[in-house]
Write a protein that binds this ligand. Structure first.
Ligand code: HEC
Length: 271
C-alpha cells in the first residue's frame, strides 16, 4: 500500500475483515449524511471548487488523505536537539546512545527519521516493508500468536510469518500507551523489560507461553543486560520523542463538540 488514498480503501470498503463496513447498499445513505450537514456542504464546496457534486467517496478519501499528510511530527525535543536548539540531559543522552548503539540494538528496526524501518525517499528504487517477530507470545511451543492478530500470517498463512509485524514509529510514543499490535503491554517500562528479557514470558492464563523461545523470533531480539539506570535512560530518551506542539495544535484537534442536542454532535467554528 503505497498511497494513503489506496490504504483507506481497506478500512472503508474491506470485507475481510469488515472495518467501516461501507458497501453498495449503504454507500448512498452515507454520502447523504454528509450532504445533510451544512458544515460539510460548505467545506466540501470550498475544498473542491467547481465540482457539481463535491461530496463523494472519492473526495472524502482525498480530504482525509490531505489531513493525514499534514500531521507531521518534527518538533520533539529530540528534533530540536538535532537542530542544535535543545540540549539533552545526561540521562537522555545515555538513552540515545543505547538506542542507536549495538548493546540495545533498537535502531536496527526503529532507526529511520520516524523511528520505524518503513521509510523510503524519492530515490528509493525498491520499497521494502520488513516484518519482525519480537517474541511476545508462543501459545503452543511452535510460535503461535493469538487469533485474530497473528501478523503477516493472517494474509499469507505461511507459518514462519506467524507473529511478524511492522516496527511502528516511536514518535510520541510516551503518550500512546498501551503498546504493541494488541495493546497488551501497558507501559514503556514493561516494553523495555520485555526487550531486556529477549521476549515475553506469559506465565499463566489463556495466553500462557514463553515468547522468548518463539521459533520465529527475530535474531535481533535477544536478552540485553540492562541495569535499572540504563532502562530509565532508554525511557528518558523515548520521552524526548514527544512533540507537544503537534499534540496541542488546534489544527489537529477534534472539531466536534460533545453532543448537546438529540440531533447529534455539532461542529465547532472553523479554526
Ligand atoms: C527486530 C526488530 C526490532 C528491534 C530490534 C526493536 N524493536 Fe521495537 N518493535 C518492533 C516491532 C515489530 C514492534 C511491534 C510489535 C507488535 O506490535 O507486536 C515493536 C514495538 C515497539 C514499541 C511499541 C510501539 C507501539 O506503538 O505500540 C516500542 C515502544 C518499541 N518497539 C521500542 C523498542 C526499543 C526501545 C528497542 C530497543 C531496546 C526496540 N524497540 C527494538 C521491532 C523491533
Amino acid at each position: 500500500m503505497v498511497t494513503l488514498e489506496k490504504q483507506m480503501e481497506g478500512p472503508l470498503f474491506g470485507e475481510e475483515p469488515i472495518e467501516m463496513g461501507v458497501n453498495d447498499n449503504n454507500r448512498k445513505e452515507i454520502v447523504a449524511r454528509f450532504a445533510g450537514d451544512a458544515g460539510y456542504r460548505r467545506d466540501f464546496a470550498a475544498a473542491f471548487p467547481g465540482e457539481a457534486d463535491p461530496i463523494s467517496f472519492g473526495n472524502i478519501i482525498k480530504a482525509i488523505s490531505a489531513f493525514e499528510r499534514g500531521v507531521v511530527s518534527a518538533s520533539s525535543k529530540y528534533d530540536l536537539y538535532l537542530l542544535g536548539k535543545a540540549t539533552l540531559t545526561p540521562e537522555e543522552t545515555r538513552g540515545k546512545d543505547l538506542f542507536f548503539g549495538e548493546k540495545a540494538e533498537c535502531h536496527h528496526c526503529h532507526g529511520s527519521v520516524n523511528f520505524d524501518d518503513q521509510f523510503y525517499h524519492a530515490k528509493t528504487r525498491e520499497i521494502e516493508t520488513p516484518f519482525h517477530n519480537t517474541g511476545l507470545y508462543d501459545l503452543d511451543g511452535k510460535g503461535a500468536y493469538p487469533e485474530p492478530n497473528r501478523g503477516v500470517f493472517e494474509n499469507t498463512h505461511n507459518p514462519t510469518e506467524m507473529g511478524a509485524f511492522r516496527a511502528p514509529s516511536l514518535r510520541n510514543i510516551a503518550v500512546t500507551a498501551p503498546y504493541m499490535h494488541d495493546g497488551s503491554v501497558a507501559t514503556l517500562e514493561d516494553v523495555i523489560d520485555i526487550y531486556a528479557a529477549g521476549g515475553r514470558n506469559v506465565a499463566s492464563g489463556p495466553l500462557k507461553g514463553d515468547g522468548r523461545y518463539n521459533p520465529n523470533k527475530s535474531a535481533l531480539i535477544v536478552p540485553i543486560d540492562l541495569s535499572p539506570q540504563e532502562k530509565n535512560d532508554l525511557i528518558a530518551f523515548l520521552k524526548t520523542l514527544t512533540d507537544d506542539s503537534l499534540l496541542t495544535s488546534p489544527r489537529f484537534a477534534d472539531p466536534w463538540k460533545p453532543a448537546s442536542t438529540a440531533s447529534g454532535p455539532t461542529r465547532a467554528p472553523a479554526q
